[in-house]
Design a protein around this ligand. Sequence first.
Ligand SMILES: Nc1ncnc2c1ncn2[C@@H]1O[C@H](COP(=O)(O)OP(=O)(O)OP(=O)(O)O)[C@@H](O)[C@H]1O
Length: 298
Amino acid sequence: MRPIVEVEALCVQALAKRGKDRIPLIQDVSFQIHPGEMLALVGESGSGKSVTAGAVLGLLPNALHIGSGSLRFQGEDVLAWTEKKRRGLLGSQIGCVFQDYQGSFTPFRKIGKQLTEMIRTHHSLSKATAKDLALEWLDQVALPAERVYDSYPFQLSGGQRQRTALAAAMMLRPALVVADEPTTALDVLTGERVLDLLAELQMQVGCAVLLISHDLRHVMKRADTVAVMKDGRIVECEATEMIRRRASHPYTQTLLHARPLLTDLDAGLDWENEEVVSSERHEGVDGVESLADREPAV
Ligand SMILES: Nc1ncnc2c1ncn2[C@@H]1O[C@H](COP(=O)(O)OP(=O)(O)OP(=O)(O)O)[C@@H](O)[C@H]1O
């Protein structure tokens, strides 16, 4: 089966402010993601995960540049994409979820308007049909669809925003979803639910997922493959089960030894009950926090 993403010996450099020096940010990074596979890229802050994701999306800032290596999406050379091509693929063939909702949504425009625009940018559908599709996906991610559709992003809780971002990333049934630290702004339990939802939607849509996280404990339950990144290099890339059984790199072992925290949580919490408490606290009894009843500030 042809991989969705093929990254081969990729090096990304930053241009130094003065002189012609180039500072290496990631070096010799290689991995593949196949249809339906979830690959988690994990590592500490600054290890190069977001730079790698930016390269895969063809979204590196101007100050960064690909020094060498190759990048393919569905067999096509990402480095040869024109801006028009990249914009056409983002949203339709490649969905994105970011840690900060402002990466996914414009703050002062209603969710519904943003979702229908995303749909209509890529498909010639009537407004009414696009609205139906958006509502269907808000419903799929267990949100009160009509109310969220009519809300501004800042009127939703963090968990609701990430559920909405997942709906937006998945609704056009992309081949790849890149989720860059989607749970960072959330409490542990809400983050777990968002990752569960990501895995559920992935199964439904059949897409590949590149999940970026600094926290190995968050990804071990769902990812098929784990790539561990340190100082700009992938030090280990294996099936999750192999990582669990016999991680070979000392850094991976260090990350694994940080896991008991989650194991404790798993053992000690009633997840079902906690979800209810959590959603009451964050989302109000009908699923939308009371802020949603306020008039927007603008
Ligand atoms: N636009 C940029 N210009 C110069 N250096 C950059 C730029 N973006 C990132 N870097 C550097 O590249 C390295 C990798 O950064 P990156 O954001 O990929 O790390 P990360 O693993 O995603 O970290 P975090 O988990 O904190 O998001 C860091 O040293 C960072 O300072």
